[in-house]
Design a protein around this ligand. Structure first.
Ligand SMILES: Nc1ncnc2c1ncn2[C@@H]1O[C@H](COP(=O)(O)OP(=O)(O)OP(=O)(O)O)[C@@H](O)[C@H]1O
Ligand SMILES: [Mg+2]
Length: 254
């Protein structure tokens, strides 16, 4: 079997007395789209924060393509190829769509070619155009980000993440707050991206999760409740009770 893209073992993150991520084991294979679900406060975003270096773990290991990344800065982890979007959208409203993506692409080019600025500018421009095309925002390229619809802001966030040329993309609730048609468009994009990238998707929209995920991890109070293919997770009695709503309860309310 190939080496996993991400292998997390025994990951624990505490906030004072609260164990937000509790001894989590998590493996992501190349090309896999792995969704993490769980109730509010389950520890999903904290897991992303630790994997991407925004928070340091209390214990456990994180291997990315076999290399230990735990304890590295977010900047270094991004250089190695892990990109994330934030649950609370964070684009620059006063800049154009193009410039928002340009900043992310340029910082990567500057790192790759510190002394070749003219060439790197051209390369950056091409990369920005490619990424905007990939997420379907080319027509809005000159628009101020602050004027975009909610769905387009989420796609812009994905574009900014893609501009760093990641191998692994962490998406934190990408369709939250979207209209049904925006959700459909974004799901389509996520499926497309999954053909060339490994993706971990945190999402509350069960229809989206069950339609795109190869594997699902269910978290509850920091710990993993269940992990497996969608049909196995959907049939798990513990998951039904803790998260999806117990069938027995529904009958009781009828
Ligand atoms: N920086 C922090 N300081 C203290 N407690 C925190 C911090 N970040 C998260 N928590 C707590 O850790 C727990 C897990 O939070 P987290 O944001 O990871 O949950 P989540 O699964 O992403 O929830 P949601 O679905 O609402 O986004 C919660 O109890 C939360 O209040
Ligand atoms: Mg969250």
């Amino acid at each position: 079997m190939n080496e996993p893209v991400l292998q997390v073992q025994g990951l624990t993150k505490r906030f004072g007395g609260l164990v937000a991520v509790d001894n989590v084991d998590f493996t992501l294979q190349d090309g896999e789209l792995h969704a993490i679900i769980g109730p509010n406060g389950a520890g999903k975003t904290t897991f992303f924060n630790v994997v991407s270096g925004f928070l340091s773990a209390d214990s456990g290991s994180i291997l990315f393509h076999g290399a230990n990344v735990s304890g590295l800065t977010p900047h270094k982890i991004s250089r190695l190829g892990i990109a994330r979007t934030l649950q609370v959208k964070s684009v620059f409203d006063g800049l154009t769509v193009y410039d928002n993506v340009w900043i992310a692409a340029h910082s990567r080019q500057k790192f790759l070619h510190p002394l070749r600025s003219a060439r790197s500018y051209k390369e950056t421009a091409r990369e920005v155009e490619d990424v905007l095309d990939e997420v379907g925002l080319t027509a809005s390229s000159a628009e101020l980000a602050g004027n975009l619809s909610y769905g387009d802001v989420a796609l812009l966030e994905i574009a900014i993440a893609l501009a760093t040329k990641p191998k692994l993309l962490l998406l934190d609730e990408p369709v939250s707050g979207m209209s049904p048609s925006e959700t459909e468009r974004t799901v389509h994009k996520i499926r497309d991206l999954a053909k060339s990238l490994s993706i971990i998707l945190v999402e509350h929209d069960m229809e989206v999760v069950f339609s795109v995920a190869d594997t699902i991890t269910v978290m509850n109070q920091g710990a993993i409740l269940c992990q497996g293919p969608p049909d196995v997770v959907a049939a798990d009695a513990g998951v039904q009770e803790a998260y999806l709503g117990s069938p027995a309860d529904e009958v009781g309310h009828a």
